[in-house]
Design a protein. Structure first.
Length: 533
């Protein structure tokens, strides 16, 4: 053996040894809480035998679809666990740190996913999809054990379709991507000033009038430039049911948002008596906060809300209904004699007190329907905006209803800390980190990934009051699917890991190593994505 051959052996031998010994690390987003690797790989052919516990029929069907479409694997259901290549198992004795947890074990002869719930098995399936590797002879999976569970119960993505209607096929694609990332709440913003997007049979003008505007402001807020094109669209109740069922199959709960008392122009354009001014208006073409606001002093308006919620709750099984509550302009309330009389009769001194009083009444209304109210953090009565004066908010005597979920989006950290200390459950969606309409200069991928739903300075023992986090795709300036996707992806994957993985387990560079598989997936699906940095 000459020197050149010897050097070649010395160089290649360690690589050969390591390739035989070192496991192929799982590249999973969101990162599992615990992974231990075994020796070698399990080999699968193109035909795979599946066994599943009773009650997992939907999960088995989805796994079949996932592996067939993503890998070309053909699956056969068998009745004996011992002969199966993949086992989906419900075990009521299974113990996880938190609900939705699972154990995924790849052994010498088979793969098993075990949980005490279908939701946990579904989450295990999403990890399995990401660790199957194709080669020229079939498929392989590195042997190992994943013990996994979510850090937070609330892991949401919000889509605003009031500003730009996208349609059910777009929503279904988003739900599929959320499912792979183990996100479990689709927060659906269906009502705002610029459009009412859900059929309410008792009030047909909400969609006949409120779902269409004559034009749309373009470029940016306050540009005063318009595209001159009508924009319209809404979901029928049958379409809502179809999408809710599609989401439920993917372990996703849909929480609808029906905005009140502000962001109400589309409803007031449909039925002018709903408004405080009593004037007829058009559905606004201009974006930003509008002046029109519901007349909460009129009993007919509460009857309207009651009727709307009666239809909403037949469509959405979610125990939570989001009522918005954000960015109310108080000008029309301050100018209304009827509102002033109503405030005096109820011992209310400021518009902020009226806002809390109103949301508390809505909370009580929803309680009678066995639903829980959720709203943006203006529902606490805190002053968040420059267009509110000290006189509007000082001396707040009203206390937000017990049981309300506060969706934090704006304000200094003391506001979210005080809300939690007072005993309220919170979903943290701090806009500086989680607003997907903000460009990548404001929120690059690395900043999105750095978000911790637990606010700094939270007293020990109160962590459980933080239900989780949400990321929000506000729709004012995303008129097309392409413009929306670029803002959503790849940041959606970062937010998924913020919601699932314990903060001390997060690793941005490991995340970047796992991301290429998703980039390839999105590319193949025709999803254009933003910068990875």
């Amino acid at each position: 053996m000459n020197l050149r051959e010897l050097l070649l052996v010395v160089t290649l031998f360690p690589l050969f040894v390591f390739s035989q010994v070192l496991p192929v690390e799982y590249q999973i987003i969101p990162r599992p809480q615990s992974v231990s690797y075994g020796s070698g790989e399990l080999k699968l052919g193109e035909k795979v035998k599946l066994f599943f516990s009773p009650g997992l029929e939907k999960e088995a069907e989805l796994l079949n679809c996932y592996l067939a479409s993503g890998n070309g694997i053909k699956m056969e259901t068998v009745l004996r666990e011992k002969i199966a290549d993949i086992v989906l198992r419900i075990d009521l004795a299974f113990k996880s740190e938190k609900p939705e947890g699972y154990r995924l074990e790849t052994g010498k002869n088979s793969i098993s996913i075990t949980s005490d719930s279908p939701q946990g098995v579904f989450n295990g399936i999403q990890s399995l999809r990401q660790i199957i590797r194709k080669n020229e002879k079939g498929f392989t999976v590195q042997r190992g054990v994943i013990e996994d569970y979510p850090a937070f119960a609330w892991r949401s993505f919000m889509l605003d379709e009031a500003r730009h209607f996208k349609g059910k096929e777009v929503v279904k694609q988003l739900l599929d991507e959320m499912a792979l990332l183990k996100m479990n709440i689709f927060h659906w913003h269906l009502v705002d000033d610029q459009g009412w997007r859900i059929e309410i049979k008792k009030y047909p003008l909400l969609t006949e009038v409120g779902s269409t505007r004559d034009s749309t402001e373009v470029d940016h807020f306050h540009s005063n430039r318009y595209d001159g094109k009508p924009h319209s669209g809404y979901y029928t109740q049958d379409e809502i049911r179809e999408i809710v069922a599609f989401a439920a199959d993917r372990n996703i709960m849909i929480v609808p948002e029906i905005e009140m008392p502000g962001h109400s122009s589309a409803a007031i354009a449909s039925y002018p008596w709903l408004g405080t001014s009593g004037l007829e208006i058009n559905v606004p073409c201009k974006f930003g906060v509008q002046y029109d606001i519901y007349n909460v002093a009129d009993p007919r308006v509460f009857a309207f809300f009651n009727d709307v919620f009666d239809e909403i709750i037949t469509l959405f099984p979610s125990p939570v209904i989001h009522i918005g509550g954000d960015e109310p302009r108080y000008d029309q309330w301050n100018a209304s004699d009827q509102v002033k009389t109503y405030m005096a009769a109820n011992g209310l001194n400021t518009p902020a007190e009226l806002l809390v009083f109103f949301t508390n009444n809505i909370s009580e209304m929803l309680k009678t329907k066995e639903k829980r109210m959720m709203g943006w953090n203006e529902i606490t009565g805190d002053r968040l905006h420059d267009y509110h004066s000290d006189a509007d908010t000082k001396g707040l005597s009203q206390k937000l209803a017990e049981g309300a979920i506060v969706h934090f989006w704006k304000g200094d950290i003391d506001k979210i800390l005080n809300t939690i200390i007072k005993g309220y459950d919170v979903v943290n969606s701090n806009h500086s980190f989680t607003y997907l309409d903000y460009n990548y200069k404001s929120i690059p991928l690395s900043k999105a990934y750095s978000f911790n739903p637990i606010p700094e300075g939270l007293p020990e023992g109160l962590e459980e009051k933080v239900l989780g986090m949400g990321c929000q795709m506000w729709g004012e300036f995303i008129p097309t699917l392409e413009s929306m996707n670029r803002m959503v992806y790849p940041r959606l994957a970062a937010y998924a890991e913020c919601g699932w993985t314990n903060n001390d387990q997060k690793d941005y560079y490991r995340f970047l190593m796992a991301l290429p598989a998703f980039l390839e997936r999105w590319k193949n699906a025709g999803i254009n994505y933003g910068p990875v940095e």
